[in-house]
Design a protein around this ligand. Structure first.
Ligand SMILES: [Zn+2]
Length: 166
């Protein structure tokens, strides 16, 4: 029975968090829901704080208009899991929350594939750029967010080329 802890803001990787936010916004071009809040979780092994417990390991969870996503996923899995969970949000908010668990999962899986197809079935190395493009067609995106999402890892090394710009 895996145990999970909800991460605090300062424990979350900024790039990961931005990708999840951008994915939510892009998915919401299709879903049109009141956007759930999002948090990252990690599995807890040896005691410590446990926020919830599941029967099976999970990558994400939708609960009470809050989306929880496992920390440390690849870009492509992150986008897949976030879009899947936001579809559960749509199911609840639109009243299409069928009794069948299988049906809800099938529908959420279908939606995450629909989003991948909307993004042009990108590979792992393309998906961040595709998300930025899809997002940018709706709203202007800040240079900071764009570069952080595109330059995987660069910010972790303390390189901040915008520190002298306003
Ligand atoms: Zn699901």
């Amino acid at each position: 029975m895996p145990n999970y802890r909800v991460l605090k803001h300062y424990e979350v990787d900024e790039r990961e968090s931005l990708i999840a936010q951008v994915t939510a916004e892009v998915a919401n071009c299709i879903l049109h829901i009141r956007l759930p809040r999002q948090s990252f979780i990690e599995e807890v092994y040896n005691g410590g704080v446990v926020d919830f417990r599941r029967d099976e390991p999970i990558l994400g969870l939708y609960h009470l208009n809050h989306v929880y996503v496992l920390k440390g996923l690849s870009d492509i899995d992150l986008v897949r899991v976030v879009s899947h969970e936001y579809r559960h949000g749509w199911q609840v908010q639109s009243g299409e929350y069928w009794d069948s668990f299988k049906l809800r999962e099938y529908d959420a899986g279908l939606f995450s594939r629909e989003l991948a197809s909307y993004l042009g079935h990108p590979s792992e190395s393309q998906i961040a750029a595709r998300l930025i493009t899809a997002y940018g067609m709706r709203k202007p995106i800040s240079l900071y967010v764009r570069d952080l999402i595109l330059n995987k890892g660069a910010w972790k090394n303390g390189v901040n080329k915008y520190q002298f710009e306003s």
